[in-house]
Design a protein around this ligand. Structure first.
Ligand SMILES: *Cc1c(COP(=O)(O)O)cnc(C)c1O
Length: 353
């Protein structure tokens, strides 16, 4: 049945092992981030088998899923919590990334029932301008966290390359380490300094991660072997962890430039196509409601993705050597953002191999 995302567990297992090894060589504790694959149980089990014991996810539903499979796993909610989810979150997560003071009394109250302190990791704004506490507010924030009996300050973290496309650098990570050291001098003990995500692995490769960074939260590199912020495939990881398969539902020769009066497409965008004469074109049965189409790369040489609507991807097949027919299956490698969407589409079968 298609569309189908074939996920090769062995490849992900190898990636996780390699990232774990690279981290442990630098005394870095790895938190495996599962949100890209919706924390699918098969993925969580694969990561566990590879040796991962710490898991991060941005969705409470996924944190619950992980705890249900492996109650001993350490879980961290890596998005600032919604006030409305705090009562439930406090029962399932071991740690939570926090950027708003208002969260702390709520988390403290909700955690009272469990008898075990909830780990608080302060998200520090380092320039990417998504979530994070401004650096000059950190000390007061940390002391406020300390004033709650059911909370324990576990460390500081920063995100890079998520919103503002700001890359992690040695300099930025040194600033984060300085903040951690300052908090330790204030009496906060044995703090984690979580220095970013897959985009920080390049610094690890180059030996440029400052001493004092002792945590990373890595999802993309393990799941797809890529680092999208630097538009690179990570050479020492498997890129072929998953393949999307979808069927050809139309194939015929058509003009390459649309005929008639132009409006905008189904998503409100104007479209322009170069007139290349008549070409062999195909339609694959999957669309923008299932996948980020620009994150797909055809396996077969000669296929060009022309565009997509909600349920169709339109392809130029003129340069394909093989003879293609109605009903044939086409394969695509997927980017992180394509994977993210595919895992949440109810129309896509996920097959673990
Ligand atoms: C998604 C996310 C990560 C993991 O990022 P990757 O690029 O997938 O490694 C880490 N930290 C936070 C806060 C995130 O939201």
């Amino acid at each position: 049945m298609t569309p189908c995302l074939k996920v090769y567990r062995e490849k992900i297992y190898e990636n996780a092992r390699r990232v774990l090894e690279a981290c442990s060589r630098c005394s870095i504790n790895l938190t495996a981030v599962t949100k890209g694959a919706s924390a699918a149980p098969e993925i969580v089990k694969t990561l566990w088998e590879s040796g991962c014991r710490s898991f991060g996810d941005s969705r409470l539903a996924n944190i619950k899923e992980i705890k249900n499979i492996f109650p001993e796993a350490e879980t961290t909610l890596i998005r600032p919590p919604m006030a409305s989810e705090i009562p439930e979150l406090a029962l399932y997560a071991d740690n939570v990334l926090v950027s708003m003071r208002e969260c702390l009394p709520l988390l403290n109250g909700a955690r009272a029932k469990t008898g075990k302190a909830l780990g608080i990791i302060l998200m520090v704004e380092m320039g990417d301008l998504r979530d994070g506490i401004m650096p000059d507010e950190i000390e007061v924030f940390a002391d406020f966290a300390r004033s709650h009996d059911n909370l324990r300050l576990r460390g500081v973290a920063a995100n890079f390359g998520c919103f503002g496309a700001i890359l992690p650098t040695k300099d930025k990570l040194e600033q984060l380490v300085d903040i951690k050291l300052k908090l330790e001098r204030m009496g906060h003990e044995e703090l984690i300094c979580s220095g970013g995500a897959s985009s920080s692995l390049l610094l690890l490769e180059r030996g440029e991660i400052p001493r004092g960074v002792n945590g990373l939260r890595v999802g993309e590199a393990i799941l797809t072997g890529t680092d999208v912020t630097r538009q690179r495939d990570i050479g020492w990881l498997n890129r072929d962890t998953m393949i999307l398969e979808t069927e050809i539902i139309e194939i015929r020769r058509k003009p390459s430039a649309p005929l008639g009066e132009s409006g905008v497409d189904a998503f409100g965008n104007p479209q322009f196509f170069e007139d290349r004469g008549e070409r062999l074109r195909g339609i694959a049965a999957i669309g923008r409601q299932d996948v980020n189409v620009s994150g797909l790369s055809p396996l077969l040489d000669g296929i060009e993705i022309l565009g997509a609507s909600s349920d169709h991807i339109v392809l130029d097949l003129e340069a394909v050597k093989n003879e293609l027919r109605y009903g044939n299956t086409l394969g695509f490698t997927v980017s992180y953002s394509a994977m993210l969407a595919l895992f949440t589409s109810k129309y896509v079968k996920i097959e673990f191999i």
